[in-house]
Design a protein around this ligand. Sequence first.
Ligand SMILES: *Cc1c(COP(=O)(O)O)cnc(C)c1O
Length: 433
Amino acid sequence: MKLSADLSPLWHPFTQHATAGPMVEIVRGEGAWLHGADGRRYLDAISSWWVITHGHGHPAIASAIAAQAAILEQVIFAGFTHPPAEQLARKLLALAPRAADGEQLEFVFLSDSGSTAVEVGLKMAVGYWHNLGRPRHRVVAFEHGYHGDTFGAMSVGARSIFSAPYQPMLFSVDFLPFPAAGGEEATLAAFAALLDRHGGDIAALIIEPLVLGAGGMLMYDPALLAELARLARRNEVFLIADEVMTGFGRTGTLFACEQAGIVPDVMCVSKGITGGFLPMGATLATRRLYDAFWSADRARMFFHSSSYTGNPIACAAAVANLAIWEREPVLERIERIAAVHARRLPALGERAEVSSVRHRGTIAAIDIAAATGGYLSDLGPRLYAFFMARGLLLRPLGNVVYLLPPYCTSNDELDGIYDVIEDSLAALRDRSL
Ligand SMILES: *Cc1c(COP(=O)(O)O)cnc(C)c1O
């Protein structure tokens, strides 16, 4: 290793420091733009890893954070509560998917990230069966899924180069084939077969509703999700919807589950919950789950906490975010973005350099053809460099170029993104990239 005076002591996520070169220093964010220390600016077309919703620096969230910090910055959340947490829980539940028959999510457990929201959901489902004295330890998940980087979340995610060093330490999970268009019956048959064989041992089915994010923005039919939910319910298997990426409008509705008309038993949210300002996770659960931990017996409480659970400043940011959803035409902005995807993608799909295109809500994905594929395909880094040189932050997943822009992104800015992508395809064709 080359030691140098200017090597930063920071160890960055998903970064090979030996080849990455210096990190781009960002000093300010505004709307859809990131401003660099060197005076350059970058259009944040991936919402800074899927967290920014309304845009960088929304003043209502910034001022809610400042106000809360001056009043109460933190308090232990066991034995104590506070107004921002109470407001957040009630607002979140009021906005969560709700069925015509009254089925709904009624309780909220707060944590700090998407990974912890998932860990909490898994522990709720397994803990439920433990408390009932009928232990169940099997979990079913989708192949190509991603649920976070802690050990439990890694276990239920796709086994890949990301988790290879830890493989023997991950608990075993039954994976269903991804329900690609035309392959839905195989997914349903695989789930039905697992239920036949191990039904009484399966605690939960965990899925990313409608779009598998880190797996390559893979999209599937809401009707398939509705059918899986029906099978799970009929067999007393808890459905855990991981809405960490899809939540807060990305797929065209506030939550993706709405499009399948389902109410999961557990819903995990995080990324967009504070509009992208502060880390926070929330796990929503039904009364049935909550009731299994309600007892005079202290051994039946839910054994989980993190130090910053229910942080008042993060809660205030989340409350301010939800108020923006109520006050501003956010769903109209989302529809406008979806319309640009629908207008620009078909022409891209016709190109020889592209094997397929797809979109749902604000998310669009373009599969580059004839690439070796996979996360470590060198096409991704080459495209990333091409885009960055043109002031555009896009971070391809292997050979999948995707857009996941903040909702303030204008049509002109979106057209600009598509123009740069078209330039990159021309450069690929001419082998100049
Ligand atoms: C990002 C992500 C997570 C993990 O969230 P972190 O906040 O990064 O821990 C979990 N599930 C899904 C679907 C995600 O996209």
